[in-house]
Ligand binder design. Sequence first.
Ligand SMILES: C[S@@+](CC[C@H](N)C(=O)[O-])C[C@H]1O[C@@H](n2cnc3c(N)ncnc32)[C@H](O)[C@@H]1O
Length: 259
Amino acid sequence: MTPPEHKARIARRFDAAAATYDVASAAQRTAAGELARQIRELLPASTTTPRRVLEIGCGSGHLTRELLPHIAGDWFVSDIAPAMVTRCRTSCGPAAHYLVMDGEHSALAGPFDLIISNLAAQWFADLPGTMARLADLLAPGGFLALSTLGNENFAAWHAAHAALGLTAATPGYPSGATIAAALPPGLALRHFSEQNLPAHGSDPLEFVRNLRAIGADTPAPGTAPLAPGQLRRVLRHLAQSAPAGVCYHLIYVVAQRPD
Ligand SMILES: C[S@@+](CC[C@H](N)C(=O)[O-])C[C@H]1O[C@@H](n2cnc3c(N)ncnc32)[C@H](O)[C@@H]1O
């Protein structure tokens, strides 16, 4: 499968999950709240100053709902999956412009005062390249704020596969330090943090169902979903090796272009 085919597959899966995403995405909602808190802490106090804002990978609108009412200006809210954009527009209302767009190659020209993205960047084919392109779209003093997944994401899930001689179809990710080091040199790092967040209860089957319900089950390139018998073995192993459940490893990065 070529990289464009893989990206189209990711978009189709999220598109198909748009109706179930909102209620199934408690972890993503928590991450959106945390990222919004960090952004509001760093933005200059006068949030009434109109700003030009770009959101990438809006999904059903968890982050949009957190920030749109508090940051005045021209908002451009985008996602690669058309049905997600429709969901977000329905939920967040007409105060923003909505568009279907691959956030790795913005169709919009800068400058933006704020570029935000909650848990979409882990799907990018080229995160360092995308951060460099987004940095070029920032106005002087503008912020790039994103959350993504790190190298310990679903560690117990990956360990259960390894223990059984299997390969997980869920992607692997770079460490937080690698992501921070990949920031474009022109940007100053203003916030960095990591968080382990339970993915979905302690029932391993619920974890798998939840990934499907949010559309986050596209296999990593070169991998395939488990056969039913293999999945049952992994779930049995997980129930014993990780009784507390599987965790997301979240990375939060806020960087600023100097004035
Ligand atoms: C896990 S969801 C997060 C959605 C939302 N930001 C939230 O907080 O719930 C990931 C979203 O990123 C979108 N996405 C994936 N790759 C993308 C890309 N290259 N450009 C824009 N959006 C992308 C998906 O369609 C999906 O809506």
